[in-house]
Design a protein around this ligand. Sequence first.
Ligand code: V47
Length: 361
Amino acid sequence: MREELRPIADKVFQGQRLSFQDGVMLYTTPDLHTVGALANHVREKWNGNIGYFNINRHLNPTNVCVVDCKFCGFARKPNKGGYTMSLEEAYHHASQGYSEAVTELHIVGGLHPYLPFSYFTDLLRGLKERFPKVHLKAFTMVELDFLARRAKLPVEATIQALKDAGMDSCPGGGAEIFAERAREIICDHKVSAERWLDIARKVHHLGLKSNATMLYGHVETVEERVDHLIRLRELQDNTGGFQCFIPLAFHPANTQLAHLPAPTAMLDLRTISVARLMLDNFPHVKAYWIMIGAKTAQLGLNFGADDLDGTVVEEKIVHMAGAQTPVGMTRTEIEHLIRDAGRDPVERDTLYRPVHRAAAA
Ligand code: V47
């Protein structure tokens, strides 16, 4: 172990909180193996030898969006060739893949300027009617902010209305990078970091769990990544409402930042590890195979991650930004990856409760 990591290792083994400077050191030391081993220690303390996955499906009802994020290849400006599903089309999409015994629908989309708020409550109600056992993980903090403005309601009332209609928890997207400097470059019209965090606080106070993400590998600095993690850790100290952190590797193709190089596997693994070490109050860290590829995600299970996400079935957001991974995986493929990484595959529901099945679906 390199000398500079010794004090950090001592803190990790004593269960002490790491500082901003520690986070920067973990990101800059050449000794990635030690960083990974420390993260693995913490990962095993939280989750033993389990490698979680779930049987889920993504549903993106529209890609029409009024915010012009430079990193996005998915969104289309209004009247510029985007798509918007009718409710019936959305139900049809949701039903494809249901045969795989889906336990979660992950529902996110663009900020559509004309869809009424009732579209979203009707969508949730219609999905619950058709798939009563499926957990609806729906709408990022950015969408909740936008829907509140569409509904002309306070954000708390908006969250409550969506919850009443069937929203069971919220995904972690839209956080991007909190630091103002980088946020202004990549998504200057998006809600501020403070607003994102404040809405997450409200979601948690209304009794819903949510996830958190960080988009890395674009214009952000190491310090800005560590700052992002610490802001999430502070909110989690307050609410305990985050379940899982998901690092999101930037995919440049078809975006306004296409000139930037894509993050490497080294940065992918390091980000998983640093997140696991800094986010000492998050139960789970995901190696999202869609973003970093199945092989790097598998390595991630020994660098701090305990979860690979799920079958997904039809991913659009990063595939429209050039992702080369498949758009979905089967249960058998995911279980094989986890087992081959030396972990015990456990199918979970969205709230990380093991799913027991009489026979594989
Ligand atoms: O919010 C958009 C990001 C997010 C690109 O909560 C991009 O369980 C990389 O949040 N390159 C959506 N990333 C994905 C997401 C997510 C995924 C899986 C699980 C969960 C969860 C959440 O993807 C967006 C944005 O931050 N994104 N464009 C791109 N070109």
